[in-house]
Ligand binder design. Structure first.
Ligand code: ATP
Ligand code: MG
Ligand code: MG
Length: 569
């Protein structure tokens, strides 16, 4: 990337390398395994892994697993799959829980240094003592316990002697600080719950603000990138790193050496950037969990979900997601991005990458009467109009075709250039057909069209240059394969489903028409796709063979996105 195009974090990294502050950079992506990753996480993934690769550094994947009650191995595994699918590889896979022993020893050090104490105040009392933005906090009556007493109590907390919530270890900083995060924050709490990685080994768990910065330091992270809401936490981040001082206390991280985990403690720098937000969706894990838990969607990978597994199943490419976040850039400005920007990225990617196929999603029969009923042809179609390297395929053609119902109008509106009684239209790759007869059922519904093909307008014939205004797609009824086609719209019907100021929540704004399932027909080459193959059904949009349900006999396609323009409307 040219220097002028680097975002502000890229510039910091470049300067740190140029000045010799770092000879190599290390970043990390630190998800909490309490849900599936979503498009917003992809921003952080692209940023962290992208910087590492751009500046020849490394990026770790670290599970920030310090809050065991909400965490699960299902999420741990899904997160790894998703990061890989997005196209990234980590230098090392770590867990904050790999460091529990180091965190514990570090806490003992803080106590010995007179910088941490065991508090007996309840959570509610602690909140009360903490004060407010305009009012200083008050010291806890337990703040002046002796080092010996604190060591004894903390060791007994670790031994499981006390009940959940009975005691807390707090950093001793400043109850009058203007920054509430610095008012003796809790760094350990008692939680007698099973941990997905460490089992029942620990009855106490470190708090995020204490564990995160020390994890960064232990892994030698140089640039610790996080979202803006942590800006106010940065002084605490630095306080923990400086006061634990892992760099100068190798005894603290000896357990990692013993376990064979490489360690080169750094003084990491926290840098904040703005969250990526999209309109017409929600991205809080709590809300996504609720949608799944209450069956408001068909699971985490429902193609309408903003999760990585969801957009993947919908047919978005990893390249389009990377392109999207690259385009949006990285800054400290909060903004809500229009879903159409993401859709534009996938169109751009698939326009170049997806072969073209023919499929009909609302079929109407068209019979060509001037060909023998048994007539059978194999036509050769280019797979891509702009890229010969896609090659060609053979498309069967016979006199009975399926065309799109909306490509016929008995009473055509003004400017309608498709098929109408007595009208002509070009059948894609075949020639010009004229509608001679409209067949209806007893209720007056059109059930079939009958027409003649102008044989002189066929490819290679003298009349092939003759112009008609419209061109429509089709599939040969005899050869077509019935397919289930899933058409999607936005999951929510309001721009900002998070806005509950009118008393309605995101659950009240689910779009009842966000999924429509139709039975269509596709040409054999489309049916033969393998799961996750993407293609453009001409004039209909980009589609993907469903990752779970598609088979060659019973094809299932999801529409990724419609085409911006269709060539015959
Ligand atoms: P939630 O608040 O929904 O639980 P989270 O931010 O707590 O999400 P984490 O698992 O902690 O989820 O996130 C892992 C990393 O991804 C963090 O560094 C976080 O800042 C980043 N991240 C999460 N959401 C976004 C987003 N919308 N845009 C950019 N980065 C994000
Ligand atoms: Mg979270
Ligand atoms: Mg978080």
């Amino acid at each position: 990337t040219p220097a002028s195009q680097l975002h502000f974090i890229g510039q910091i990294v470049r300067d740190d390398l140029a000045s010799g502050k770092h000879s190599v950079i290390h970043t990390r992506f630190p998800p909490e395994p309490n849900g599936y990753l979503h498009i917003g996480h992809a921003k952080s993934i692209c940023l962290n892994f992208g910087l590492a690769s751009e500046f020849a550094g490394t990026c770790n994947l670290r599970f920030d697993d310090t809050n065991p009650s909400k965490e699960d191995v299902e999420f741990v595994e899904a997160i790894q799959r998703d990061v890989k699918w997005l196209g990234f590889g980590w230098a090392e896979l770590r867990h904050a829980s790999d460091y529990f022993e180091v965190f514990y020893r570090s806490a003992l050090k803080l106590i010995r240094d007179g910088k941490a104490y065991v508090d007996d105040l309840s959570a509610e009392q602690m909140r009360e003592y903490r004060g407010t933005l305009t009012e200083a906090g008050r010291n806890s009556p337990y703040r002046d316990r002796s080092v010996e007493e604190n060591l004894d109590l903390f060791e007994r907390m670790r031994a499981g002697e006390f009940a959940d919530g009975a005691k807390t270890l707090r950093a001793k900083i400043d109850m009058t600080s203007g920054n509430i995060n610095m008012r003796d924050p809790a760094i350990y709490r008692i939680r007698k719950v099973h941990h997905q990685n460490t089992g029942d080994a620990w009855p106490i768990y470190p708090m995020y603000d204490y564990a995160h910065c020390l994890s960064d330091a232990l892994e030698g992270i140089t640039h610790s990138l996080c979202t803006l809401e942590f800006e106010d936490h940065r002084p605490l981040y630095d306080w923990c790193v400086d006061n634990v001082d892992l760099k100068n206390h190798p005894d603290l991280w000896q357990p990692l050496v013993d376990a064979g985990l490489s360690t080169a403690p750094s003084k990491p720098r926290q840098i904040e950037f703005s969250r990526g937000n999209l309109n017409y969706t929600v991205m809080s894990k709590r809300k996504l969990l609720t949608l799944v838990g209450e069956n408001l969607v068909d699971g985490w990978d429902d193609p309408r979900m903003p999760t990585i597994v969801g957009v993947r199943r919908r047919g978005f490419t990893a390249a389009s997601i990377r392109l999207f976040w690259e385009r949006i850039g990285v800054s400290k400005q909060n903004s809500i991005i229009d879903m159409s920007v993401l859709e534009g990225c996938v169109r751009e990617d698939l326009d170049a990458a997806a072969p073209r196929r023919l499929g009909v999603i609302d079929p109407l029969k068209l019979v060509i009467t001037n060909l023998d009923a048994g007539h059978n042809e194999e036509l050769t179609f280019p797979n891509h109009p702009k890229d010969e390297s896609f090659g060609t395929r053979s498309v069967p053609f016979s006199p009975e075709l399926w065309i799109e119902r909306e490509d016929f109008a008995e009473v055509p509106p003004k400017g309608f250039h498709r098929l109408k009684p007595e009208g002509e239209v070009r059948l894609r790759g075949v020639g010009i057909v004229r509608c001679d007869e409209v067949v209806k059922d007893a209720d007056g519904n059109v059930t079939e069209l009958r027409g003649t093909l102008d044989l002189d307008s066929r490819t290679g014939m003298p009349g092939s240059e003759r112009k008609v205004k419209g061109t429509i797609h089709w599939v040969s009824a005899r050869h077509a394969i019935a397919a289930e086609v899933r058409l999607y719209d936005r999951l929510f019907d309001v721009v900002d489903p998070d806005d509950d100021s009118d008393g309605k929540t995101y659950k009240d704004h689910l779009n009842p028409n966000s999924r429509r399932v139709v039975q269509g027909y596709v040409e054999p080459a489309a049916a033969g796709a393998t799961r996750e193959d993407r293609m453009q059904f001409e004039r209909l949009g980009y589609f993907v063979a469903d990752i779970a349900d598609h088979t060659a006999d019973r094809p299932v396609f999801n529409r990724v996105v419609t085409l911006r323009d269709s060539w015959a409307k």
